[in-house]
Design a protein around this ligand. Structure first.
Ligand code: NAP
Length: 266
Protein backbone atom coordinates (compact mmCIF):
# COMPACT_ATOMS: atom_id res chain seq x y z
CA UNK A 1 0.00 0.00 0.00
CA UNK A 2 1.35 3.44 -0.85
CA UNK A 3 1.95 5.88 1.97
CA UNK A 4 -0.56 8.61 2.83
CA UNK A 5 1.14 11.95 2.23
CA UNK A 6 0.35 14.39 5.05
CA UNK A 7 0.81 18.13 5.57
CA UNK A 8 0.75 19.46 9.13
CA UNK A 9 -0.20 23.08 9.80
CA UNK A 10 0.96 24.37 13.18
CA UNK A 11 3.72 21.73 13.30
CA UNK A 12 5.76 23.46 16.02
CA UNK A 13 2.73 23.89 18.28
CA UNK A 14 1.75 21.68 21.23
CA UNK A 15 -0.67 19.53 19.19
CA UNK A 16 1.10 19.90 15.85
CA UNK A 17 4.42 18.61 17.25
CA UNK A 18 2.60 15.55 18.65
CA UNK A 19 1.07 15.04 15.19
CA UNK A 20 4.57 15.21 13.64
CA UNK A 21 5.68 12.40 16.01
CA UNK A 22 2.61 10.36 15.03
CA UNK A 23 3.23 10.75 11.29
CA UNK A 24 6.92 9.88 11.76
CA UNK A 25 6.22 6.65 13.64
CA UNK A 26 3.42 5.37 11.38
CA UNK A 27 4.87 3.44 8.46
CA UNK A 28 1.92 4.12 6.16
CA UNK A 29 2.13 7.91 6.69
CA UNK A 30 4.66 10.26 5.11
CA UNK A 31 5.22 13.88 6.16
CA UNK A 32 5.00 15.69 2.80
CA UNK A 33 5.45 19.18 4.22
CA UNK A 34 4.54 21.52 7.03
CA UNK A 35 2.93 24.93 7.07
CA UNK A 36 4.69 27.18 9.52
CA UNK A 37 5.29 30.91 9.84
CA UNK A 38 8.99 30.28 10.48
CA UNK A 39 11.72 28.96 8.23
CA UNK A 40 10.50 29.41 4.66
CA UNK A 41 12.65 27.27 2.38
CA UNK A 42 14.11 25.27 5.27
CA UNK A 43 13.43 21.74 6.45
CA UNK A 44 11.43 20.97 9.60
CA UNK A 45 14.43 19.44 11.40
CA UNK A 46 16.31 22.70 10.85
CA UNK A 47 13.71 24.76 12.70
CA UNK A 48 12.43 22.25 15.30
CA UNK A 49 14.47 20.34 17.87
CA UNK A 50 11.83 17.65 18.63
CA UNK A 51 12.10 15.84 15.29
CA UNK A 52 14.60 14.75 12.65
CA UNK A 53 11.95 14.90 9.87
CA UNK A 54 13.45 16.56 6.78
CA UNK A 55 10.02 17.77 5.56
CA UNK A 56 9.91 21.04 3.58
CA UNK A 57 8.57 24.08 5.44
CA UNK A 58 6.14 26.40 3.65
CA UNK A 59 4.80 29.72 4.85
CA UNK A 60 2.28 30.11 2.03
CA UNK A 61 -0.80 27.85 2.11
CA UNK A 62 -1.34 27.68 -1.62
CA UNK A 63 2.34 27.04 -2.40
CA UNK A 64 2.29 24.30 0.24
CA UNK A 65 -0.79 22.70 -1.34
CA UNK A 66 0.59 23.01 -4.89
CA UNK A 67 4.08 21.65 -4.20
CA UNK A 68 3.62 18.94 -1.59
CA UNK A 69 1.39 16.56 -3.57
CA UNK A 70 -0.40 15.69 -0.32
CA UNK A 71 -3.42 13.51 0.39
CA UNK A 72 -4.35 14.90 3.83
CA UNK A 73 -4.06 18.27 5.59
CA UNK A 74 -3.81 18.06 9.39
CA UNK A 75 -4.57 21.37 11.10
CA UNK A 76 -3.79 22.37 14.68
CA UNK A 77 -3.57 26.14 14.51
CA UNK A 78 -6.07 28.87 15.46
CA UNK A 79 -9.76 29.21 14.62
CA UNK A 80 -9.65 31.89 11.92
CA UNK A 81 -6.41 30.49 10.42
CA UNK A 82 -7.60 26.87 10.50
CA UNK A 83 -10.81 27.85 8.74
CA UNK A 84 -8.87 29.51 5.88
CA UNK A 85 -6.53 26.50 5.63
CA UNK A 86 -9.39 24.00 5.54
CA UNK A 87 -11.14 25.92 2.80
CA UNK A 88 -7.95 26.14 0.73
CA UNK A 89 -7.20 22.42 1.23
CA UNK A 90 -10.70 21.49 0.02
CA UNK A 91 -10.31 23.76 -3.01
CA UNK A 92 -7.08 21.92 -3.90
CA UNK A 93 -8.66 18.48 -3.35
CA UNK A 94 -6.57 17.73 -0.23
CA UNK A 95 -8.61 16.07 2.54
CA UNK A 96 -8.65 18.05 5.80
CA UNK A 97 -8.36 16.40 9.24
CA UNK A 98 -8.90 19.34 11.53
CA UNK A 99 -8.41 19.51 15.27
CA UNK A 100 -8.38 23.30 15.48
CA UNK A 101 -11.34 24.39 17.58
CA UNK A 102 -13.47 27.52 17.68
CA UNK A 103 -15.01 27.50 14.18
CA UNK A 104 -18.41 29.23 14.02
CA UNK A 105 -21.47 27.24 12.95
CA UNK A 106 -21.56 29.39 9.78
CA UNK A 107 -17.96 28.38 8.96
CA UNK A 108 -18.75 24.71 9.59
CA UNK A 109 -21.79 24.92 7.28
CA UNK A 110 -19.66 26.54 4.59
CA UNK A 111 -16.93 23.89 4.85
CA UNK A 112 -19.52 21.12 4.76
CA UNK A 113 -21.06 22.57 1.60
CA UNK A 114 -17.62 22.86 -0.03
CA UNK A 115 -16.58 19.29 0.89
CA UNK A 116 -19.88 17.93 -0.40
CA UNK A 117 -19.63 19.95 -3.60
CA UNK A 118 -16.07 18.68 -4.24
CA UNK A 119 -17.04 15.15 -3.17
CA UNK A 120 -13.99 14.72 -0.91
CA UNK A 121 -13.65 13.74 2.71
CA UNK A 122 -13.21 16.28 5.49
CA UNK A 123 -13.11 15.42 9.21
CA UNK A 124 -13.34 18.16 11.83
CA UNK A 125 -13.22 16.92 15.41
CA UNK A 126 -13.13 19.19 18.46
CA UNK A 127 -11.71 16.25 20.43
CA UNK A 128 -9.64 13.38 19.03
CA UNK A 129 -9.38 11.51 22.36
CA UNK A 130 -11.45 8.33 22.19
CA UNK A 131 -12.22 8.58 25.93
CA UNK A 132 -13.61 12.08 25.40
CA UNK A 133 -15.85 10.84 22.61
CA UNK A 134 -17.20 8.16 24.94
CA UNK A 135 -17.73 10.81 27.65
CA UNK A 136 -19.85 12.76 25.13
CA UNK A 137 -21.80 9.67 24.07
CA UNK A 138 -22.48 8.61 27.68
CA UNK A 139 -23.62 12.17 28.44
CA UNK A 140 -26.02 12.05 25.50
CA UNK A 141 -27.46 8.79 26.86
CA UNK A 142 -27.82 10.16 30.40
CA UNK A 143 -29.56 13.34 29.20
CA UNK A 144 -32.67 11.39 28.33
CA UNK A 145 -33.18 10.65 32.04
CA UNK A 146 -31.50 13.72 33.59
CA UNK A 147 -32.52 16.99 31.90
CA UNK A 148 -30.69 19.09 34.54
CA UNK A 149 -27.10 19.35 33.33
CA UNK A 150 -24.07 21.54 33.97
CA UNK A 151 -20.89 21.14 31.94
CA UNK A 152 -17.54 22.12 33.44
CA UNK A 153 -14.63 22.14 31.00
CA UNK A 154 -11.10 22.67 32.26
CA UNK A 155 -8.09 23.54 30.08
CA UNK A 156 -4.57 24.97 30.22
CA UNK A 157 -4.41 28.77 30.35
CA UNK A 158 -2.90 29.15 26.84
CA UNK A 159 -6.18 28.12 25.24
CA UNK A 160 -7.73 30.93 23.19
CA UNK A 161 -11.37 29.93 22.65
CA UNK A 162 -14.01 29.47 25.35
CA UNK A 163 -16.11 27.50 25.86
CA UNK A 164 -14.15 24.58 24.41
CA UNK A 165 -15.25 22.92 21.17
CA UNK A 166 -15.73 19.69 23.13
CA UNK A 167 -18.13 21.27 25.60
CA UNK A 168 -20.22 22.80 22.81
CA UNK A 169 -20.27 19.49 20.97
CA UNK A 170 -21.29 17.74 24.20
CA UNK A 171 -24.11 20.24 24.70
CA UNK A 172 -25.28 19.71 21.11
CA UNK A 173 -25.41 15.93 21.64
CA UNK A 174 -27.17 16.32 24.99
CA UNK A 175 -29.72 18.64 23.37
CA UNK A 176 -30.78 15.84 21.00
CA UNK A 177 -32.01 13.75 23.98
CA UNK A 178 -32.77 16.25 26.74
CA UNK A 179 -36.26 17.60 27.32
CA UNK A 180 -35.72 21.29 26.73
CA UNK A 181 -35.90 23.40 29.88
CA UNK A 182 -34.38 26.47 31.45
CA UNK A 183 -32.46 25.27 34.50
CA UNK A 184 -31.99 26.81 37.91
CA UNK A 185 -34.25 29.13 39.84
CA UNK A 186 -36.37 31.20 37.42
CA UNK A 187 -35.68 34.23 39.68
CA UNK A 188 -31.90 33.69 39.92
CA UNK A 189 -29.74 36.80 39.53
CA UNK A 190 -26.01 36.98 38.89
CA UNK A 191 -24.45 39.37 41.38
CA UNK A 192 -21.17 38.86 39.51
CA UNK A 193 -21.54 38.71 35.69
CA UNK A 194 -20.82 35.26 34.25
CA UNK A 195 -21.25 33.40 37.54
CA UNK A 196 -23.71 30.98 35.98
CA UNK A 197 -21.52 30.36 32.91
CA UNK A 198 -22.58 30.31 29.27
CA UNK A 199 -26.16 29.40 28.41
CA UNK A 200 -26.68 26.67 25.82
CA UNK A 201 -30.33 25.81 25.30
CA UNK A 202 -31.06 26.44 29.01
CA UNK A 203 -28.08 24.41 30.34
CA UNK A 204 -24.84 25.99 31.51
CA UNK A 205 -21.22 25.61 30.44
CA UNK A 206 -18.39 26.74 32.74
CA UNK A 207 -14.81 27.24 31.47
CA UNK A 208 -11.85 26.85 33.83
CA UNK A 209 -8.37 27.95 32.64
CA UNK A 210 -5.35 27.04 34.76
CA UNK A 211 -1.67 26.26 34.20
CA UNK A 212 -0.92 22.56 34.66
CA UNK A 213 -4.13 21.38 33.02
CA UNK A 214 -4.31 19.83 29.52
CA UNK A 215 -7.96 19.07 28.58
CA UNK A 216 -10.60 17.87 31.03
CA UNK A 217 -14.35 17.89 31.22
CA UNK A 218 -17.03 16.80 33.63
CA UNK A 219 -20.72 16.66 32.93
CA UNK A 220 -22.90 16.84 36.03
CA UNK A 221 -26.45 15.46 35.95
CA UNK A 222 -28.62 16.29 38.94
CA UNK A 223 -31.77 14.40 39.82
CA UNK A 224 -33.94 13.89 42.93
CA UNK A 225 -31.46 12.90 45.66
CA UNK A 226 -28.70 11.92 43.21
CA UNK A 227 -25.81 13.23 41.12
CA UNK A 228 -24.28 11.50 38.12
CA UNK A 229 -20.83 12.74 37.10
CA UNK A 230 -19.23 11.74 33.79
CA UNK A 231 -15.63 12.85 33.54
CA UNK A 232 -12.75 12.58 31.10
CA UNK A 233 -9.15 13.75 31.52
CA UNK A 234 -6.43 14.11 28.90
CA UNK A 235 -3.19 14.14 30.90
CA UNK A 236 -0.97 14.15 27.81
CA UNK A 237 -1.50 15.31 24.22
CA UNK A 238 -0.61 11.82 23.03
CA UNK A 239 -4.20 10.97 24.12
CA UNK A 240 -5.47 12.71 20.98
CA UNK A 241 -3.25 10.86 18.51
CA UNK A 242 -5.14 7.57 18.13
CA UNK A 243 -8.12 9.63 16.95
CA UNK A 244 -5.95 11.61 14.54
CA UNK A 245 -4.53 8.35 13.12
CA UNK A 246 -7.99 6.82 12.56
CA UNK A 247 -9.17 10.08 10.99
CA UNK A 248 -6.26 10.27 8.52
CA UNK A 249 -6.91 6.70 7.44
CA UNK A 250 -10.70 7.12 7.27
CA UNK A 251 -10.74 10.45 5.43
CA UNK A 252 -9.00 8.79 2.47
CA UNK A 253 -12.17 6.79 1.78
CA UNK A 254 -14.75 9.46 2.61
CA UNK A 255 -16.58 11.63 0.12
CA UNK A 256 -18.38 13.83 2.64
CA UNK A 257 -17.94 16.14 5.60
CA UNK A 258 -17.88 14.65 9.11
CA UNK A 259 -18.02 16.70 12.32
CA UNK A 260 -17.00 14.74 15.41
CA UNK A 261 -14.89 11.61 15.86
CA UNK A 262 -17.91 9.68 17.14
CA UNK A 263 -19.29 9.65 13.59
CA UNK A 264 -16.41 7.59 12.22
CA UNK A 265 -15.77 5.20 15.11
CA UNK A 266 -17.46 1.83 14.59
P1 NAP B 1 -0.33 26.09 19.99
O1 NAP B 1 0.67 25.31 20.77
O2 NAP B 1 -0.47 27.56 20.24
O3 NAP B 1 0.02 25.85 18.45
C1 NAP B 1 -0.61 26.59 17.42
C2 NAP B 1 0.26 26.50 16.19
O4 NAP B 1 -0.41 27.25 15.13
C3 NAP B 1 1.63 27.13 16.37
O5 NAP B 1 2.61 26.35 15.73
C4 NAP B 1 1.48 28.50 15.67
O6 NAP B 1 2.68 28.99 15.16
C5 NAP B 1 0.53 28.12 14.55
N1 NAP B 1 -0.10 29.30 13.97
C6 NAP B 1 -0.75 30.30 14.62
N2 NAP B 1 -1.15 31.23 13.75
C7 NAP B 1 -0.73 30.83 12.52
C8 NAP B 1 -0.82 31.38 11.23
N3 NAP B 1 -1.42 32.56 10.99
N4 NAP B 1 -0.29 30.68 10.19
C9 NAP B 1 0.33 29.50 10.40
N5 NAP B 1 0.46 28.92 11.63
C10 NAP B 1 -0.06 29.60 12.65
O7 NAP B 1 -1.81 25.49 20.15
P2 NAP B 1 -2.22 23.99 20.48
O8 NAP B 1 -2.36 23.81 21.95
O9 NAP B 1 -1.37 23.05 19.70
O10 NAP B 1 -3.71 23.97 19.89
C11 NAP B 1 -3.95 24.16 18.51
C12 NAP B 1 -5.44 23.98 18.25
O11 NAP B 1 -5.82 22.62 18.51
C13 NAP B 1 -6.35 24.85 19.13
O12 NAP B 1 -7.45 25.29 18.37
C14 NAP B 1 -6.82 23.87 20.21
O13 NAP B 1 -8.05 24.23 20.79
C15 NAP B 1 -6.94 22.61 19.39
N6 NAP B 1 -6.93 21.34 20.12
C16 NAP B 1 -7.67 20.35 19.58
C17 NAP B 1 -7.69 19.10 20.16
C18 NAP B 1 -8.51 18.01 19.51
O14 NAP B 1 -8.49 16.87 19.99
N7 NAP B 1 -9.24 18.31 18.44
C19 NAP B 1 -6.96 18.85 21.33
C20 NAP B 1 -6.18 19.89 21.86
C21 NAP B 1 -6.16 21.13 21.23
P3 NAP B 1 3.44 30.27 15.85
O15 NAP B 1 4.30 29.68 16.90
O16 NAP B 1 4.21 30.86 14.72
O17 NAP B 1 2.38 31.19 16.37
Amino acid sequence: MSQIRVIIAGARGRMGSEAVRLVSREENFKLAGVLDRKGEGKLLNEIADFTDEPAPVYTDVRECLEKSNADVWIDFTKPEVGYRHTKAALEYGVRPVVGTTGFTSGQLDELKALADEKGIGCIIAPNFAIGAVLMMKFSQMAAKYFPNVEIIELHHDKKIDAPSGTSVKTAELIATERTKKVQGNPNEKETLKGARGADFDGMHIHSVRLPGLIAHQEVLFGGGGQLLTIRHDSFDRVSFMSGVKVSVETVMNLKTFVYGLENILV
